[in-house]
Design a protein around this ligand. Structure first.
Ligand SMILES: [Zn+2]
Length: 116
């Protein structure tokens, strides 16, 4: 069940709202639990998604959204890996810049043809 922390911009109270489904979160109108003001801000909490070895593929859509909204690139990358989506790949240019077997054999050929 998705749970979200909110902070009231009117009285600064903190409160938690639970939803049965993510659709409820989409459509619900949040009011402060203390003063009833509708001027509330959702507080991103990292505690719930900070666990390692989390199985993102079994997450609910609400939990996934929490990860995405957390802005934690490592968590987001892990999520995308586990759910099988393509994630931004790092350029592999650093590997090809290093001299490998092919470069050695090319140098050998160059030296042989030079001595001919
Ligand atoms: Zn309030």
């Amino acid at each position: 069940m998705p749970q979200y922390d909110f902070r009231c911009n009117s009285c600064e109270a903190r409160f938690v709202v639970s939803y049965k489904t993510f659709d409820d979160y989409e459509t619900a109108s949040i009011q402060c639990a203390e003063c009833g003001a509708a001027d509330v801000t959702r507080v991103i909490t990292r505690v719930a998604i900070g666990k390692s070895n989390r199985d993102y593929s079994k997450m609910s859509s609400g939990e996934m959204l929490s990860v995405l909204e957390s802005g934690d690139q490592r968590q987001v990358d892990t999520l995308f890996r586990q759910v099988g989506e393509t994630s931004p790949k790092k350029p592999s240019s650093s590997v090809s810049n290093q001299p490998g077997p092919q470069a050695d054999s090319a140098r050998d050929r160059a030296q042989k043809s030079d001595s001919d």
